[in-house]
Design a protein. Sequence first.
Length: 111
Amino acid sequence: MAEEDRELEEIRRRKLAQLLAQQSVEEQEIEKEKEVQEERLKILRKYLSSEARERLNRVKLVKPELAEAVENQIIYLAQTGRLNRVISDEEIKTLLARLSEGQRDIKIERR
């Protein structure tokens, strides 16, 4: 009986160690994701006017994938050094229109 108890205790210790290691990895991933999001926000705050940020946030509520595409383009341009000014609301409108041209809205009509 004592042999079984020791084996069971060893299994419990290994499982606990495995769970703690997994939790640590998950916490590191969450922390890294937070840092990435903070860096994205920092870049967007720097290169977008307040009106442009507001518009992009409103678009994000309705079409998150479109807003993310615009954000990704702005971040890419900023990181590669090709963006050296603040983007206005009008420019965001133009960019949103250009990116949404290729997308089709599916309309369902009931009869």
